[in-house]
Design a protein around this ligand. Structure first.
Ligand code: SAM
Length: 268
């Protein structure tokens, strides 16, 4: 029997990006097919669960930084299945009037987010594909909650999602479309699976396995991640492994997940 939280359209026998991530983070919104696919990838890359944890930790520090910097409007693209340290929890702890729109194209992620956000009228959840920036930015809920017509600074978050857009030109164009649409003073935050000098054949095997069993996955270099922030003022400490973004790696070692945050200049 399928559990009651599963939306009707979900095929629980096909692994999903969102549910595999939930599994690695210790969540319960996943099925045997997800866990089997996860195990296949972990067989060649045992550090993967740690990579995903440092990514999630980066996201938490990043939202805290942005909220402390005065950002009150967040657009979280590829937001995933809600788990500890959701964007609205961190942002609304700083200011209860903060607003968050979550966007994902996975029905489990969207369904669960809608359920836990019932009654929180400063949040919305969109079932949409981030590869269609116009549809997302023109969406009435996005316009209404993020006050886009007033030009208030917002934060656009793309945490661990752009590596699921394998085509470099498509990824570059869609990020540029969001960057262009952000009002001055807005922030763009990105984390991305990285192609670093640490990478070895076994990581290529993990990427190949993930691509074959779940969804196409594309690692990018530090420079490619920096290029996504083109034209923005890069927040210190720059484009770095997630463990080094406004904290210290406990043992000095880093994993192949790169992040960076940029702010759109305010014209004077
Ligand atoms: C690895 S999870 C990251 C979740 C969260 N952003 C974080 O960093 O903790 C990636 C999420 O992106 C979503 N995703 C992948 N491709 C997407 C697309 N084209 N449009 C919207 N969401 C997408 C997946 O469904 C999944 O929930």
């Amino acid at each position: 029997m399928t559990e009651e939280w599963v939306p009707a359209e979900v095929d629980i026998h096909r692994p999903s990006i969102a549910r595999i991530y939930d599994y690695h983070l210790g969540g319960t919104h996943n099925f045997p097919a997800d866990r089997e696919a996860a195990a296949k990838v972990v067989a060649s890359m045992p550090e993967l669960p740690a990579v995903l944890r440092v990514n999630r930790d980066f996201l938490g520090r990043c939202v805290q930084f942005l909220a402390d910097a005065g950002v009150r409007y967040f657009l979280d693209l590829g937001s995933g299945i809600p788990t500890n340290g959701n964007v609205h929890e961190i942002a609304q702890a700083v200011d209860p009037t903060a607003r968050v729109v979550y966007v994902d194209n996975d029905p489990t992620a969207v369904g669960h987010a809608r359920k836990i956000l019932e009654g929180n009228d400063r949040t919305a959840v969109l079932n949409a594909d981030l590869r269609d920036p116009k549809a997302i930015l023109d969406d009435p809920e996005v316009q209404r909650l993020l006050l886009l017509d007033l030009g208030e600074p917002i934060a656009i978050l793309m945490s661990a999602v752009l590596h699921f857009v394998p085509d470099d030109d498509e990824a570059g164009a869609l990020v540029a479309a969001y960057r262009d649409a952000m009002p001055p003073g807005s922030f763009l935050a990105i984390s991305h699976a990285a192609d670093t000098s640490e990478n070895t054949e076994r990581i290529d095997t993990a990427v190949e396995t993930y691509t074959r069993t779940v969804a196409p996955l594309k690692l990018r270099t530090r420079q490619q991640v920096a290029d996504f922030l083109d034209g923005l003022e890069i927040v210190e400490p720059g484009v770095v492994p997630c463990e080094l973004w406004r904290t210290d790696a406990p043992d000095g070692r880093t994993l192949p997940q790169i992040c960076g945050v940029g702010r759109k200049p305010v014209e004077v």
